[in-house]
Design a protein around this ligand. Sequence first.
Ligand code: NAG
Ligand code: NAG
Length: 126
Amino acid sequence: MAKKNTLISFSLLLSLFAFSFAIEDDVTCLEGVKTSFTDPLGRLTSWAFNNSSVGYICKLNGVSCWNEKENRIISLQLPLYQLSGKLPESLKYCHSLTTLDLSNNDLSGPIPPEICNWLPYVVTLK
Ligand SMILES: *[C@@H]1O[C@H](CO)[C@@H](O)[C@H](O)[C@H]1NC(C)=O
Ligand SMILES: *[C@@H]1O[C@H](CO)[C@@H](O)[C@H](O)[C@H]1NC(C)=O
């Protein structure tokens, strides 16, 4: 019995651990996006990362989450933001992303082929 309880709390701890990493990841993703792009219109200026409340990043400009109770980004839509720069590798931390819309910006360089590994669930890429 005691052994079973230990096992249960261990796996609980492990999933909490994984969960908090997942939250960190999506924040890391957005931080990378913000720092990689030049943003002449200042649309990303309001992207601050000093509030660790769950759901906070979901309210940032252009960001949508799977639900309000998780910092798990489903889509990142930043069209017509006049962003320039290269696609950041930190996008790989947006594991759960299905839509990435960076259309009508001024991005340089090709779309890296690694994007399929970075964002395995993306179905809409603009
Ligand atoms: C977070 O940073 C922004 C911009 O620097 C500031 O306006 C805001 O008040 C800060 N929020 C918190 C919770 O510290
Ligand atoms: C942090 O974000 C949460 C969720 O969006 C919000 O309810 C809360 O007021 C924010 N806290 C601060 C200090 O801005």
